[in-house]
Ligand binder design. Sequence first.
Ligand SMILES: *Cc1c(COP(=O)(O)O)cnc(C)c1O
Length: 411
Amino acid sequence: MFGASVISNNFIGKLDDPEKVSQMSDTTTCVRAPEVSEEGYASLAASVHRASTIVFPDSAAYANRAERGADGYSYGLSGTPTTRKLQAAINELQTAEGTLLLPSGQAAIMLVFVSVLKPGDTVLVPDCAYAPVRSFCKNFLAPRGIHHRVYNPLASADEIAELFDETVRLIWVETPGSTTMEMSDVTALVAKAHASDILVGCDNTWATPLNFKPVSVGVDFVAEALTKYPGGHSDVLMGSVSVRDRDWFLSLKSMMSMMGLGVSPDDCALVLRGLETMPLRLRHSQKVALEFAQRICDQVSPDLVLHPALPNDPGHALWKRDFSGASGVFSIVIPDEKVSFVTEAIDCAKTFSIGASWGGTHSLLAPMSVAADRTFPWPGDANMILRISIGLEDPDDLWRDLQSIVDAIAS
Ligand SMILES: *Cc1c(COP(=O)(O)O)cnc(C)c1O
């Protein structure tokens, strides 16, 4: 009996034929629940469309599935309508020609590197790059014959261009830099690079597309950790690459499918939800962070506070020229002789948590030690730089924790 019903399944018509569905055996009904009407259904929430297989109306449609193109649906890995909705939102915010979603911000950066670079090529990376980028260059690219050279992000575009030679294919930019917050003159770097047929990629995680749109100044690839402000609630990991040129978009997309990379529609729905409140969250965090940074400057020394929106920050002019706002992340340089007092104050913090992945609703402290990752000595060889991410708690509660840290520095 069981065998017979399995065989009869082969003759069952399309899923949307209710009569045929009603004739099915219980076993089949368990597998193919009846279609229900979606008429009149409208929701403000992003629908979660999950799929590994995409099914086709007939054999010809299946045989010709490649004709559906980069934006069509042919296999779950390359996206469902939920994935597309998030891609479309990020793409529009970035003013790009195409956007891809990856399982993490680090994977997004990696996709650009492996798609663009071939053995014998060189990539230039800034000393202030998100640290795993450097490990990727050293431990993955170098053994495969792809070279990297580290440049000083505080150097001028002219000085950085002196590193250009015929092997340089890509220059990576992160502005402001991770933890040490150096600003880069992206416009000048793009002009220099493009004049030498070198592509430019930028990690725009700190700014988000609300505060800077690198494609608008000619950057070819913009990587972001959606894990941070877009996700916004410390519960999802995702990255995006937004591409300025459609052919490069297609090339990166094909690399992604060859590598079997994709993201979960459930995670996309979480990021779409986060995106809805991102402008408000950012505006709040920016305001509180800048107020705190200024207060710390006033109470200790402006030289110890790294925040490009502060008028006396060395990167301020570039920030003001290129960015329309700031986020809630900045750093304080801890003088070596104060490290033990500050560590004690960090450990006693009541409202801040200690952790790395910033950009969520919970405020974070991350005592960072950058010296071991750097080629150029900066800043003043400090052993600890405290990275601060301002979330959404009451600013007075947050300040009580920071006041103890400031007192520890001033002690
Ligand atoms: C967090 C971060 C990344 C990596 O993002 P993940 O999603 O955690 O892999 C990349 N770049 C910057 C600047 C980041 O802060």
